[in-house]
Design a protein around this ligand. Structure first.
Ligand code: SAM
Ligand code: SF4
Length: 381
């Protein structure tokens, strides 16, 4: 009997525990790949990919978001205070450690990996991590590798991102008015971001725009943003501001429920709900008049926890099972404690076993404290 151990063939990425054998000699659960038959063994699915991690509420955890740095070249008003104190560099995982950690999750069934931050593209040598993680796309273990970026460095990196296997990116812009953009981001330059988006599109990357809806700040710019995005062929996702971390102001002043926004849009446009999914929490509609897609991320007005497939890792290796809860597991210690992954894998399994049912976000005048003390830039948006 000719048995080829696929594990040994994929030296860079020891994907799933499955064997390929001659067709005639198969019994039991099986599938055919290139004339060969793949028998899933324990811990793998019929395609030979690792079975996903399952949390206590039966949800498969297949999506990992990794904050590769807490630093940023912007200071968006809803995200950071202007005089943020960042982590000392020694606390932050090295690029090699981040690679090892991401790979451990891929081996545990994660199929979508998003690098975020802070601003992922300001981390020194970030492209070496992205290039290295691209091997999981080549092996088929990962369906998608992507980033969320403020776009400031995109002109420089767009082609390389495409070469590494990235096909879609999220770019955050809250306004198309250059002065207002400066006011919202404090340090950002809209022209540079627009150049970055053009470079990304020219490189072949599909761009989705993320816009945080802010009362009195950009609520009247949602329609122009929608029209611009759809003219350019970009999807647009609107996000409700979430109570994460102290900022220099009152979040109640910023909070704009997307239920109100949607009702307003429905007076001008024909919105049709569609089942389109990108692996994240957004619910999508099509806009008949523009022919484009619009997503809503509504953690406050419509909690999406029941279908949550995500966990997040901070740049110091803390695993957060929910963006809106304080419980976390430290993965840096087991990662650094030994070269093998046994300790790390145990810590991951234990943490997934206590993924909570949902978050407790609320924004009102009574609860002035943020729901969680850490900023979005720490856990990664
Ligand atoms: N710097 C990158 C960027 O801005 O796209 C990636 C990190 S940023 C934390 C990720 C996303 O989170 C951005 O779209 C940002 O607008 C959003 N965000 C940050 N703070 C938020 C908050 N308190 N509530 C809702 N969204 C927030
Ligand atoms: Fe930086 Fe993104 Fe936060 Fe803005 S939202 S301060 S760009 S991390």
């Amino acid at each position: 009997m000719q048995i080829t151990n696929v594990r040994n063939k994929l030296i860079l990425f020891p994907v799933a525990p499955y064997d390929v054998v001659n067709k005639e000699e198969i019994v039991g659960e099986q599938s055919v790949t290139d004339g060969k038959i793949v028998i899933p063994s324990e811990g793998s699915d019929a395609a030979g990919l690792p079975s996903p991690m399952i949390d206590p509420f039966g949800r498969s955890v297949t999506y990992l978001r990794v904050s590769v740095t807490d630093r940023c070249d912007f200071r968006c008003v809803y995200c950071m205070a202007e005089d943020m104190t960042f982590l000392p560099k020694r606390e932050v995982l090295s690029l090699e450690e981040l690679d090892r950690l991401c790979t451990a999750f891929v081996e545990k069934g994660v199929r979508k990996l998003r690098l975020t931050g802070g601003e992922p593209l300001v981390r020194k040598n970030i492209m070496s991590l992205i290039r290295s993680l691209g091997r999981h796309l080549e092996s088929g273990a990962l369906e998608e590798l992507t980033i969320t970026t403020n776009g400031s460095q995109l002109a420089r990196y767009a082609n390389e991102l495409y070469e590494c296997g990235i096909r879609r990116i999220n770019v955050s812009i809250d306004t198309l008015d250059a002065q207002k953009f400066k006011a919202v981001t404090r340090w950002g330059n809209l022209g540079k971001v627009m150049d970055g988006i053009r470079a990304a599109t020219d490189a072949g990357l599909k761009v989705k725009i993320n816009m945080v809806a802010l009362k009195d700040v950009n609520e009247h710019e949602i329609v122009p943003m929608l029209q611009w995005c759809h003219e350019q062929g970009h999807d647009l996702t609107l996000i409700e501001t979430m109570p994460l971390g102290e900022i220099d102001g009152d979040r109640t002043d910023q909070y704009l429920p997307l239920s109100t926004v949607r009702a307003g849009l429905a007076e001008k446009f024909t919105l049709t709900d569609i089942p389109y999914k990108t692996g994240g929490p957004a619910r999508y509609v099509t806009i008949e008049e523009t022919g484009g897609r619009l997503g809503f991320i509504t953690p406050l007005t419509h909690n999406f926890c029941e279908s949550c497939n995500r966990v997040r890792i901070t740049c110091t290796g803390q695993l957060y099972m929910c963006l809106g809860q304080d419980d976390m597991a430290d993965l840096r210690e087991p990662l650094r404690a030994s070269e093998g992954n046994d300790l790390l894998n145990n810590a991951i399994d234990e943490a997934i076993g206590r993924k909570p049912k949902g978050h407790d976000f609320v924004i009102d005048r009574k609860s002035r404290q943020p729901a969680v003390a850490r900023h979005m830039s720490v856990t990664g948006g």
